[in-house]
Write a new protein. Sequence first.
Length: 238
Amino acid sequence: MRISRVCLVAAAAVLLPALAMAQATPPKPSEAEDKDRAVAGGGVKVPGWTGKVDSKSAAQGRTLNDSKFEQQGDAIHMAIGPAAYYYNPANTVKGDFTVKATFTEPKQDFSHPHPMGLFIGGSKLGTADQALMYCVAYRNGTFLIRRFNGDTVTQVVPKTPNDAVHKAATPADPVTQEIAWVVKGGKADCLINGTSVWSSPVADLVGAGKLESTDGVWGIRVSHNMDLSVSKMGASKN
């Protein structure tokens, strides 16, 4: 019994300091979540456009004025603080349509890639009853699709690798993604760089707790802490 007690005491003497050091060691930057930044001189500066920041950011006091959304030549430049979606209420589609835009991210400023893309099916935007569905791409070759119903977020497709999504060689290199939604013949597809990465019957996307319709407002979806431009944006009938 004495030997056992001595062994236990010795083991504790070794393990307790190691455990204390592990608890005191802060997570590596790559393991920590980026905090929303505030961009100086922010606000939505493109006439007709508005947006809504995510509820998590709003709870921290962040607003659209903590990001900058402005016209630069033929493109919209976005210096983003809080994650948000942006839209012009006049940008609506109905029936069979295509909406698309080209997103260019010059570099990765923070510890991990953030997504950018488009949403469709927007209804009651900016309210507690909002609904929309977005498809976004990351600079590491992955994409995901999610739906908003009020502040409830539904993962339609988790973050998934796909060869169609362009990869940046390093965090310091630029990346460009063309993202489109095509609704035609009762089917909805998300296309990235001309390739359908996901498809669904429209009937499966509409209903209680889902979209009111794939018709409606379309717009831009971006994560937080990004610097990017959006060009060649538009909608057409199929």
